[in-house]
Design a protein around this ligand. Structure first.
Ligand SMILES: NC(=O)NCCC[C@H](N)C(=O)O
Length: 419
């Protein structure tokens, strides 16, 4: 590791740089028919979602944060070298995504596109009609059986939730094996940015998963049974990473992160906490987020079932010691050296708590200690946080929240101070 600036050293230290994704073509392709498969609970009014997203970015910029847009970074990375484009195309266009008959023709055509056009369709999807391959009907079942508006490459509207496909943990990044196949290709897009965009390509940072950035060989086959998403991963400070074991993240993949971070001396403790498998709590950060160095918010039912284990380096390299903690709060307090971590529950009565948790009321995103962004609609929780001295910067999320994600889900911090 050099004197690199990239790295996320806490959950609430001053945020310097972040990546977000503004809703685009993929959102125009979200319909009542495909929305459930694409992990959305409703279709979005796209123009309004863009207005809400722009306002979100403005709030961060006004507080001095440097905000980057995922699609622009991807286009710039693709234009950075021929290898970048080739790598992206080889990873994305495979026998598993377009069928064996189309691989060569799709790869050849996409290689001739500009970074901007390629990024538009790697995220927005590519239809049979757009690609103009009707003449391949005699050789490709994918083409023969598809109507003109079917996808050759799928749209990736969950790119809005930049938190999940990769996660910066201290001085390195994990390229996450996503649980649902509809999100797998998002990791490739983020990986292209980290490998080829000039902002990252010349920096010396670690890849925690897969080891040594072996994502050059990443494709759907290489994930095996691995599953891990950034909404479950929190570098809380003091050499500790908290990881939720949820619908999306399994214990065996948490072990991989532990082993690789311990080997590099980049972490000394991983706190793994059980998160019930449920649509409304798909990641740890939908039920628990930090607000300040000694304050967090949680959805109370999660705390009742939050069985917690701590992993520490074992005697031999590549091994870990696993101990059960007395409670999630106790493990966090100990790791952070706090006498008390104040956990502020979701606001309102039982009905309102459930309603606000569903609307991302526990998914706050800190800009600095005690200053967080959250949705305006969660009035009960926001009021409660303010009563506890937290500054809540409100954004509208009527459209943005329809995929079940809030301010933390929509951000991929790449540079944040320690606490
Ligand atoms: N960190 C997060 O909780 N991200 C929200 C992801 C929402 C997305 N529609 C999904 O189901 O994967």
């Amino acid at each position: 590791m050099t004197d690199q600036m990239l790295g996320v050293h806490s959950e609430v230290g001053t945020l310097r740089k972040v990546i977000v994704h503004r809703p685009e073509l993929s959102f125009h392709r979200l319909t009542p028919k495909n929305m459930e498969d694409l992990l959305f609970d409703d279709i979005l009014w796209v123009e309004q979602a863009q207005i809400e997203h722009d306002a979100f970015v403005t709030v961060m910029r006004e507080r001095g944060v440097e905000v980057f847009h995922h699609q622009q970074l991807l286009a710039q990375a693709l234009d950075a070298s021929f290898e970048a484009k080739q790598h992206a195309i080889e990873q994305t266009v495979t026998h598993l995504t377009v069928g064996p008959a189309l691989v060569d023709v799709v790869r050849e055509t996409l290689a001739g596109w500009s970074g901007e056009k390629l990024a538009t369709h790697l995220i927005g999807g590519l239809t049979k009609e757009e690609f103009g391959i009707a003449d391949l009907e005699a050789h490709s079942l994918v083409v023969a059986s598809a109507n003109p508006r079917e996808f050759i490459l799928p749209p990736l509207p969950n790119s809005l939730y930049q938190r999940d496909p990769s996660a910066w943990l201290y001085g390195g990044v994990s390229l996450n094996p996503m649980f649902y196949h509809v999100r797998l290709l998002e990791t490739i897009n983020q990986s292209i940015i980290y490998h080829y965009h000039p902002m990252f390509a010349h920096e010396d940072f670690a890849y925690w998963y897969p080891y040594a950035g072996e994502d050059k060989r990443f494709n759907e086959e290489s994930y095996g049974m691995a599953a891990m998403e950034g909404g479950d991963m929190m570098p809380i400070g003091n050499g500790t990473v908290v990881i939720g074991m949820s619908e999306r993240t399994n214990a065996r993949t948490v072990e991989h992160i532990a082993v690789s971070m311990f080997a590099a001396g980049a972490a000394e403790r991983i706190i793994a906490v059980h998160v019930p498998k449920s649509r409304s709590y798909m990641h740890l950060d939908t039920v628990f987020t930090f607000l300040d160095v000694d304050k967090a918010t949680a959805y109370p039912p999660f705390l009742e079932t939050a069985t917690t284990y701590s992993l520490r380096p074992g005697d031999k390299e590549g091994t870990t010691e696993v101990h059960r903690d007395t409670s999630f709060a106790a493990a966090l307090q100990e790791a952070l050296g706090l006498t008390r971590l104040e956990i502020i529950p979701t606001g309102g009565d039982d009905y309102q708590m459930t309603r606000e948790q569903w609307d991302s009321a526990n998914n706050f995103f800190a800009l600095s200690p005690g200053v967080v962004i959250g949705y305006h609609k969660n009035a009960f929780t926001n009021r409660k946080l303010r009563e506890h001295g937290v500054e809540v910067l409100e954004i509208e999320g009527f459209e943005l929240g329809k995929g079940r994600g809030g301010a933390r889900c929509m951000t991929c911090p790449i540079e944040r101070d320690a606490i």
